[in-house]
Design a binder for this molecule. Structure first.
Ligand code: AMP
Ligand code: ZN
Length: 509
């Protein structure tokens, strides 16, 4: 391929597409704000990590040595993103009469289960906030004199001490800040925020630590400044999070980073601690089931319980650009599942053709699965003229601010091209999938069939009935075959004669 597409990402700080230029040649260092582990993540939260995963995979595909850090917030995040409300974890622990540490552990593991199910790659480090308390105190001590003031309730950051406060949110004025943040007695500016929250007299907290400002807990924004700076070094390349973080959490992190590194303004993006700040837009759901406080909410397990493979949700995410809002619907999820099935069916056919061709083992038997990661350079060196333009389309799409919707169509184009060595097609598809992470070469169509939790019938029973029905049809006993179909329907099993995707039956959830 002759044209190497330039790799551009949308920087929320400048609101512009910018070429990616690594701070350290050949490397990419990325920090993603992780979950607050007081409850299960909802599928909207998981969209943020699918996005960060696509970013990381694209950086690897472009040949950068990736260091990705995702944090786990187990302290400090209040029920409001600013300084009002209660600590989310303390509240959950009190409501459930449980140890806060057990709560954090349980929901961290549940989050990791979802990460795995969605084929999100493990970061280099999961940084857990409570393991960095002494470093947070040290960081706060370093900036306290010039940038903070103490009140009875804690140590507060004075946002007027750094240049361009709030540029990321485009809401620098105090009036705007006034509207969005509940007043804390004695704060100098409405947007000033807690670096350290003192335990109030008479209050009991399960999580509290000593500090120069008394017993208490760190403010939420402090942890990400400390862990990103410690683990990746300021400035690092890319900081990610959901679009809500563009308003409060990240402007405050930036202010802290400026205080720690240099107070210069943000025309030089690196002064913010990271060169590029990226934000995924929200997954929305009209009936409000996304909210964790609304009883049954949309978590990945609910999708699985209804018979949807988690990768169908990943597909749904990739069908939208990460900066667009995405509306969740069950029909949309079904359509994503069908699209995935169709791709897997084509891949199964290609694999069978490879097996049919009398090629020596090792040539075609799994070369597409034997490598962990592919680089664009490597696959470009292997691709024939027939497939090169589609690989070019894929690379251009993904390098254009992670254009997954077009990248998906490039995979479909490759799978549809006729008269090409199937092994080559599979290799190129595998290389593309190393970016999209749909696990196309490993998952089979049968894996996608998940029994809804409410189904009162087993696969074995269905398969048995299907055989009996086949026999009845062969004997032209259509009454018997129809009766079997009706019995299956009564149990929620739909018989799908002639399904173009080759599914003979499906159970409704
Ligand atoms: P939290 O656990 O609330 O700290 O959120 C974890 C991540 O999910 C953050 O990056 C949020 O910005 C992001 N997030 C929260 N709600 C949604 C949503 N509905 N769609 C996409 N991302 C979200
Ligand atoms: Zn954060």
């Amino acid at each position: 391929m002759t044209d190497v597409p330039s790799f551009k990402l949308f920087n929320s700080l400048t609101r512009q597409l910018e070429p990616f230029e690594p701070v350290h040649p050949g490397e990419a260092r990325v920090y993603s704000c992780g979950p607050t582990v007081y409850n299960y993540p909802h599928i909207g939260n998981m969209r943020a990590y699918v996005f960060a995963d696509i970013l990381g995979r694209t950086l690897s595909f472009k040949g950068y040595k990736l260091t990705h850090v995702i944090n786990i917030t187990d302290v400090g995040h209040l029920t409001d993103d600013a300084d009002s409300g209660e600590d989310k974890l303390e509240k959950a622990a009190a409501e459930n009469a449980q140890s806060i540490w057990d709560i954090a552990q349980h929901y961290t593991e549940a989050y990791w289960d979802d990460i795995k199910a969605l084929n999100i790659r493990q970061p280099a480090e999961w940084s857990i906030a409570t393991k960095y308390i002494s470093q947070m105190v040290e960081f706060a001590q370093g900036i306290a004199e010039k940038h903070c003031y103490e009140l009875d309730s804690g140590l507060y950051f004075d946002v007027s001490t750094v240049a361009d406060y709030g540029r990321l949110a485009r809401s620098a004025t105090d009036e705007e800040g006034e509207g969005r943040i509940e007043k804390v007695e004695g704060k100098r500016h409405a947007a000033d925020f807690a670096i350290w929250r003192k335990t109030a007299p008479g209050e009991t907290r399960q999580m509290e630590w000593d500090s120069p400002w008394g017993k208490g807990a760190p403010g939420w924004h402090l942890e990400c400044s400390v862990m990103s700076g410690r683990l990746l070094g300021f400035p690092f390349d890319i900081h990610t999070g959901g679009i809500d973080h563009r308003e409060i959490h990240h402007p405050n992190e930036i202010a802290q980073n400026q205080a720690f590194c240099c107070t210069n303004g943000l025309d030089e993006a690196a002064n913010s601690g990271a060169r590029i700040w990226m934000h995924n837009n929200f997954l929305v759901e009209r009936s409000g089931k996304m909210s964790k406080s609304s009883g049954e909410f949309l978590r990945l397990q609910l999708l699985i319980d209804k018979g949807f493979h988690p990768l169908a949700y990943r597909m749904m995410c990739l069908q939208a650009h990460y900066r667009s809002e995405l509306e969740f619907s069950w029909d949309g999820l079904s359509a994503a599942l069908t699209r995935l099935k169709r791709m897997l069916m084509q891949i199964e056919t290609l694999k069978a053709r490879c097996a049919d061709a009398a090629v020596p083992p090792g040539e075609h038997v799994g070369p597409w699965t034997q490598r962990d990661g592919w680089s664009l350079e490597q696959i470009e060196g292997e691709v024939s003229d027939k497939l090169a333009p589609v690989l070019g389309k894929f690379a251009a799409a993904i390098c254009d601010d992670l254009g997954t919707p077009i990248a998906l169509t490039a995979i479909e184009d490759i799978l549809a091209i006729k008269k090409v060595d199937p092994g080559e097609t599979l290799r190129v598809a595998a290389a593309m999938d190393s970016v999209l992470g749909l696990d196309l070469l490993k998952v089979s169509r049968a894996d996608l069939r998940i029994r809804p939790k409410a189904a009162g019938v087993s696969e074995a029973e269905i398969e048995d009935a299907m055989i009996r029905r086949q026999e009845a049809r062969a004997a032209k006993d259509f009454d018997a075959s129809d009766a079997i179909r009706d019995q299956l329907a009564a149990k929620g099993v739909e018989v799908m004669d002639g399904d173009p995707l080759g599914w003979e039956w499906t159970i409704s959830g």
